[in-house]
Design a protein around this ligand. Sequence first.
Ligand SMILES: Cc1ncc(C[n+]2csc(CCOP(=O)(O)OP(=O)(O)O)c2C)c(N)n1
Ligand SMILES: [Mg+2]
Length: 327
Amino acid sequence: MATKEDLDIETLLEIYRRSMRVYKTDERFRQMLTSGKLRLVYYPVRGQEVLSAAMMAALNLDDYLVTTYRGVHDQVAKGIPLRDLWAEFTGKVTGTCKGKGGPMHITDPATGVMVTTGIVGAGLPIANGLALASQQSGDGRVTVVCFGDGASNIGAFHEALNLASLWKLPVIFLCQNNRYAEHTAYSAGTAAKQIIDRAPGYAMEAVRVDGNDPIAMHLVACEAVARARAGEGPTLIEAMTYRMLGHTFGADFSYVPAEMQEEAKQADPIPLFRALLAERGIDAATLEAIENAIGAELDEAVEHALSSPYPDVDELRIDVLKEEIAA
Ligand SMILES: Cc1ncc(C[n+]2csc(CCOP(=O)(O)OP(=O)(O)O)c2C)c(N)n1
Ligand SMILES: [Mg+2]
């Protein structure tokens, strides 16, 4: 296995770039909501930027991603164009699903973003289906499915792990353990001490990692991708992280103990990543240039989304059935 020293500065900067695209996108959504320029239910991803960036940087653009309602970090880290994402979030015809999917159903096959679902746990069997198709066609693609700690208590999680292991599917189960499922703390809903403790029951490789550490997370991700591509089957990754801003944006999250909120602050992956890059000799001006470029791209994306039209009512039944039916 590669070691920390093997991770070159270019790879680290690529992970940082992806992390900042997520960070800035999330920040902009919250700003737009707070200022009343946007109205939608938003699931903030503050705190989970780096784990996603480190995972997606281990994939090719045509590898597949399946994610959830709290999945904007995964979609952006995978490489979805920001203008298409913003247009879909705002229900506009220029969006990835012509404005008919919305935030809960972001799909962009061009960047491998295949399915986003609001049904907890539903993505895992779908990911198996994509991975089975790759196995049968021999296209060499790997599928990553992201889900939360809470999702690991859903039946579909167990069914999917069993079949993926049995069939040696090229799939990676990325559990983002942010210690809460809506308002339920991990210990109030899960008997197992760790999610990875369930993997031996399915004869599956599993690894628990600090998801806020870009190097550790990326090395684990690369190993899982290599295993899947080599036909050696799936991996369950439990990436430890924190949900820094509650379940939905604006909702009270004072039920999260103050000590845990403090722990989350101390483990905030963004300042830690900046410190790591400084240690590796990257100066502040380089980081600022990365952030400014993303800021400009976001300005354009938001403007494009807001000025695009809503889909016409004639679109209502198109893309619903295999045979398109005009209204
Ligand atoms: C099948 C199903 N049950 C319940 C819900 C309501 N619900 C939405 S999010 C959520 C919590 C999910 O927690 P977790 O899997 O840890 O993901 P996180 O939001 O922390 O990323 C629940 C119970 C749902 N959407 N689908
Ligand atoms: Mg959770």
